[in-house]
Ligand binder design. Structure first.
Ligand code: ADP
Ligand code: ASP
Ligand code: MG
Length: 438
């Protein structure tokens, strides 16, 4: 079985949907995972914030705009037929559901239910389109198998058992459609895998059924050596190891959800990143452990907060780091980067929900300094043990950028620095010239 995930722009217009139908019609044994039509999840987020601010009029206006958008979309995609009627009715029902929330109290449950509608709509329309052109797809709802546990992590056994069960209901079928991003949580409520989560869905689905291949179809020809949103000359990378791809995804390469490589890596399933607009382009193949020595790519992760914890007690004391880490553990806040000196330790976090509590606890035995609006710049490659010159190339390229923290040696795949977000664009451009000669 192959898993094919199509992102927002790949299903973003009727023309694109036709294009991906064409791609699918050439394959066999496929589970197709769709994102919401591009822009829809953002609109749903806006609807939720209007409702949070009790601005019912604004929320209804946003839903009305979506109704108009989808009416046009469906009439351009599907010619008048029972399938056209079914797609229209389905979208009307989902959007009426969103409208009806305008009269209810806004809760986390309502918010997550609203956010789920984008993928329910895109898969519903696509199913009817495929049927209208004579294909025989089967819809399996992600809400019947995709699930997180009480720590918010995917429940792999549940996913595998229930997905296998859903597929077993249709032994003679070989084309399945499902939603990315959406899931149920440990309480069985509708939830999601965070923004960009459809990549994660595809990888979890692939791992759950030991798929042959996972294909992530998007609007660019694979992973590039640098972020094309900030740097002009970037180049696609043909091959990446799982480790390199995971580092890039985690440290901000938007083409992949941060956690999306792990499930595929655990089951050793190759992941292809392919371009829907130019399907013949090679793209990127992510597989295996082996990599070529040298630099591969740069990524940037924004929204980072640095916390410096300084204490006389740290001097020659063991147990200090443990007490620092325990604070972050108690507040379920992961640490991304860490550097130490004799009397201080600096860590970075990107989850700020419990920042106040963390600071209060740390201040009981240390002086704490907090810097917000920081960015981690992560240079990824295979910097083999004992290899020389890698760090000096990076730091020569960054000679004009003020650096707050440096991290290397955790693995030989990553040299990371923390800088102010204001310097991010310049740093990415400098690295493109200094490291990649582009
Ligand atoms: P989709 O909607 O298909 O999930 P995304 O917008 O989430 O697509 O991801 C694709 C985008 O990721 C590209 O259009 C590109 O702007 C951005 N991107 C950021 N860093 C990279 C990178 N290193 N290589 C390729 N694309 C990247
Ligand atoms: N539709 C969701 C989002 O926009 C998930 C995804 O596209 O991967 O974040
Ligand atoms: Mg994405």
């Amino acid at each position: 079985m192959n898993i094919l995930k199509f992102g927002g722009t790949s299903v973003g217009t009727p023309e694109r949907m036709r294009g991906i139908a064409e791609l699918i019609s050439q394959g066999k044994n496929q589970i197709v995972v769709l994102s919401a039509v591009s822009g829809t999840t953002n609109s749903l987020v806006e609807i939720c914030s209007a409702l949070q601010q009790k601005d019912k009029e604004e929320a209804v206006a946003l839903v009305t705009a979506l109704e108009a958008k989808y009416e046009k979309f469906i009439s351009e995609l599907i010619s008048p037929s029972a399938h056209y009627e079914e797609a229209s009715e389905l979208v009307a029902a989902y959007l009426n559901g969103v409208k009806s929330y305008a009269n209810r109290e806004m809760t986390l449950f309502v918010e997550r239910s609203i956010l789920a509608q984008g993928e329910l709509i895109s898969t519903g329309i696509f199913l009817q389109y495929l049927k209208s052109i004579g294909l025989k797809p089967v819809m399996i709802s992600a809400l019947d198998f995709m699930r997180t546990d009480d720590s918010g992590e995917p429940d792999h056994n549940f996913i595998s058992d229930n997905l296998t069960f859903e597929l077993s209901k249709h032994p003679k079928k070989d084309l399945f459609i499902t939603q990315g991003y959406i899931c149920r949580n440990a309480f069985g409520e509708i939830d999601n895998l965070k923004r960009g989560g459809s990549d994660y869905s595809a990888s979890l689905i692939g791992a759950a059924i030991d798929a042959d291949e996972i294909q992530i179809w998007t609007d660019i020809d694979g992973m590039h050596n640098n972020d094309p949103r900030f740097v002009d000359k970037t180049e696609p990378i043909k091959n990446l190891s799982f480790k390199e791809a995971a580092e890039l995804a985690y440290f901000g390469a938007k083409i992949l959800h941060p956690a999306s490589i792990r499930p595929a890596e655990e089951k050793n399933i190759p992941v292809w990143l392919k371009n829907t607009i130019v399907p013949t382009a090679h793209g990127t193949l992510i597989h295996g452990d082996a990599s070529v020595p040298g630099f591969r790519a740069v990524a940037a992760k924004d929204g980072i907060t640095a916390i410096k914890i300084r204490s006389g007690r740290m001097l020659m004391a063991y147990g200090f780091l443990r007490s620092v880490f325990e604070v972050f553990e108690r507040y379920k806040t992961p640490i991304d980067m860490i550097t130490t000196s004799e009397v201080a330790v600096s860590v970075t976090i990107d989850e700020l929900t419990n920042l106040d509590g963390i600071i209060q606890e740390l201040e009981q035995y240390a002086t704490v300094e907090v810097d917000q609006n920081q960015t981690i710049i992560c240079v990824v490659g295979d910097f083999q043990q004992g290899g020389v010159g890698y760090a000096s190339t990076v730091f020569t390229a960054l000679k004009n950028i003020p650096i707050r923290m440096i991290s290397h040696g955790g693995s030989h795949h990553n040299i990371s620095v923390l800088i102010s977000s204001d310097s991010k664009k310049e740093a990415l451009q400098d690295l493109n010239k200094g490291v990649f000669n582009l």
